[in-house]
Structures are given as C-alpha cells and as structure tokens.
Write a protein of this length. Sequence first.
Length: 95
Amino acid sequence: MAKQTNQQIVESYDTEADTLYVSFGTGEPSYAEEIDDVFVVEMGMFSHLPTGFRVINFSKHKVKAILASIKKVIKDRVRHEQKEISQHIRERAQQ
C-alpha cells in the first residue's frame, strides 16, 4: 500500500517483509547504507544527500524512537555534506 503524503514524499509498507519504505522523490539514483539492524538510509549517488529510507521490522519498533533516529541521521548527513561542499568551494576559490 503506497501513500503519497505530498508531491515528493512517497511511503509504502510491505506487510510481508514488515518494512516501511519512504522515498523523497528526487529521482536521483541511490545506494542503500545500513545504519543499524532497523534503519537503512538511501543516499543519492551524486548529491550524497538522503533520497529516502527504510525501516526494517517496522511493526516491532516504537514509532517515536524510529522518527528520532531518522531525524538525527538525516541531519548529520546533511550537515556533513554541507561542510564538504563548503570546503570544496573554499579550496577552489584559493586556486
């Protein structure tokens, strides 16, 4: 069952696999990075920013804990990528 919550974010739940899938609808090719036994983040191949995530064994975990984990991982990733981009720009400006 897929549910579109706005024009870009699409979520679906696979009852057989008990996995929640959320896509940010970027269309960018992505790779999956396992954070722990529950949470998998999909990262853009080019932007290295989150393009979605998966929650494994979704029904067995508390939603608040899952959401807190998701927010932290995404914030950390975006912050890291912003620092790398800024560093790259500074290096290019010095050349």
